[in-house]
Design a protein around this ligand. Structure first.
Ligand code: PEP
Length: 256
């Protein structure tokens, strides 16, 4: 079943104590104010993850995600974290393909395909992030770019494996810039993505696939974005760092 999801990606923000306080506050407010079955995911830095997982244990409306994993199962990779380690603390999700990983760490389609595989092998659901650059949209290449990102990193999967993936469409020009895709632009792309998924994996998989929007989503614009028929929630960066803002985004589903 297609689920409504809001995931907070803290990136490299919050020390241990600040992070734990943020989760405790957000959980309290969300549990008080939310009437729907929205899944809230905390994608904290690794340092917090095991203890965030302890806080959310027993709540079916909360989950944790790592922000990255290594593409190998284990080995001599100093400083890296394996998917099996993430799974061992009870986390269910891992972000793969975030534009900052693509840009600063040169993660390409093939590397991301390996990360998707290693995550699935270790019982983690990838939240697969993708989206076009500003100049690609300006040159009307955005549909082509997005279709290619999906094909190159995900189309080697079969339908059963693909159905474990959450998609996060994040136009790069909207991430951390304060520029948001309009609800019409986002809906147009989400419908395109869903129809690509249908062609590749069949109607049932496409209908049940959660496709999140990411890119300067905030308490003011979340409701209009999440009201679009093919937008199933959001991946939230900056606005996930304040418990009040994040809660308002999650609970915007209450009035849709
Ligand atoms: C992100 O990093 O995934 C993101 C969407 O960031 P922001 O909400 O700050 O644009």
């Amino acid at each position: 079943m297609r689920r409504k999801i809001v995931a907070g990606n803290w990136k490299m923000n919050k020390n241990y104590h600040e992070g734990m306080e943020l989760v405790a506050e957000a959980m309290h407010m969300i549990n008080d104010e939310l009437n729907t079955e929205v899944l809230t995911i905390f994608a904290s830095p690794f340092i917090h993850l095991a203890n965030v997982q302890k806080l959310i244990n027993g709540y079916s409306n909360f989950a944790t995600a790592a922000q990255n994993c290594h593409h190998e199962n284990s080995g001599a990779y100093t400083g890296e974290i394996a998917a099996s380690m993430i799974h061992s603390i009870g986390a269910s999700y891992v972000l793969i393909g975030h534009s900052e990983r693509r840009q600063y760490f040169k993660e390409d389609h093939a590397m991301l395909a390996k990360k998707v595989d290693v995550a699935l092998e270790n019982h983690l659901s990838p939240i697969f992030c993708f989206g076009e650059l500003k100049e690609e949209r300006e040159n009307a290449k955005h549909f082509e770019v997005v279709a290619n990102q999906l094909k190159e990193s995900l189309y080697h999967l079969d339908a059963t494996a693909f159905s474990k993936i959450i998609l996060a469409y994040e136009p790069v020009w909207a991430i951390g810039t304060g520029l948001t895709a309009s609800p019409e632009q986002a809906q147009e792309m989400h419908a395109f993505i869903r129809s690509n998924i249908e062609t590749q994996f069949g109607k049932e998989v496409a209908v049940n696939c959660s496709i999140l929007y990411g890119g300067s989503c905030n308490p003011q614009n979340a409701k209009t974005l999440f009201s679009q028929p093919d937008i199933d929630g959001g991946l939230i960066g900056g606005a996930s760092l304040k418990s009040r803002d994040f809660t308002t985004i999650v609970t915007s589903f209450n009035s849709i």
